[in-house]
Design a protein around this ligand. Structure first.
Ligand code: 6PG
Length: 243
């Protein structure tokens, strides 16, 4: 593994996932010691699935006090939880169904039903959990990045990128597909720790653009810079091939 600044390059996606699972455990201990809770906003898509699967294995799950873990989602596709495209469904299958996390600690975005109403409901749930805060401060945010530089459901050219007061908004990929519900840039940037998980050659050129600030117009993933927290990129060699 090679490190430059906050970019950690791993030989394989599996080693990336193992490192991310280890980070989850370590960060969890750090925050649980301080506040007896560990709030996490999970990434959707395919890359993080292996991280969640690893956290559900004996090697990792015994090292997490799941009763103190609060699982949220960075975004969701507007589909039912049992739909193959549901981020919640993916995390449920890979992790939630296996570990002893109390149901009340899993904060699902309601993908079925009216997107606007679900976004309002999710923001209300966040404001209840982060009671009194002007912005939520997640202990850990996991994010992925699309080959177009999007992250969560913040897509290039989307009005959602400019949202500076709401915590949760609805969006839709220009390329079509499901309506989405996503946390906004200010929410991600209030996190204590943000870790991007990026693997595969298909993302290599875009990753190089994102990590070199002169790309114009700025790509969504470039807009994620915690104001008082850490930003780390866990990438594999294939995704790092243009760095
Ligand atoms: C989603 C994610 C999205 C994802 C990227 C990368 O709901 O799909 O929030 O931002 O992280 O599209 O997806 P892969 O990991 O599948 O390449």
């Amino acid at each position: 593994m090679e490190m430059t600044a906050n970019v950690f390059v791993f030989d394989t996606p599996e080693q990336l996932a193992i490192a991310a699972a280890e980070g989850f455990v370590q960060y969890g201990h750090e925050f649980q010691r301080a506040a007896n809770r560990f709030s996490v906003a999970l990434a959707g898509g395919n890359t993080p699935r292996r991280v969640y699967e690893l956290l559900a294995t004996e090697r990792f799950k015994q090292r997490v006090d799941w009763a103190q873990v609060e699982l949220f989602f960075g975004d969701e596709r507007c589909v039912p939880p049992d739909h193959p495209d549901s981020n919640y469904g993916m995390v449920y299958e890979a992790l939630i169904s296996t570990v002893a996390i109390p149901a009340k600690n899993v904060h699902r975005i309601v993908g079925e039903g009216d997107p606007g109403e679900s976004a309002t409901l999710y923001e209300r749930e966040l404001r209840t959990f982060f009671a009194g805060a002007s912005w939520p401060r997640f202990d850990l945010v996991l994010l992925g990045m699309g080959a177009d530089g999007h992250t969560a459901s913040l897509f290039p050219g989307s009005d959602a990128l400019n949202e500076r007061s709401k915590w949760v908004v609805t969006t839709k990929p220009e390329s079509g597909g499901h309506d989405r519900i996503t946390l906004t840039v200010p929410v991600f940037n209030q996190a204590a720790r943000v870790v991007f998980l990026v693997a595969g050659a298909a993302k290599a050129e875009r990753l190089a653009q994102v990590l070199r600030p002169q790309h114009l117009p700025p790509l969504p993933a470039q807009g994620i810079h915690p104001v008082a927290g850490s930003l780390e990129w866990f990438v594999d060699i294939a995704a790092a091939s243009f760095l």
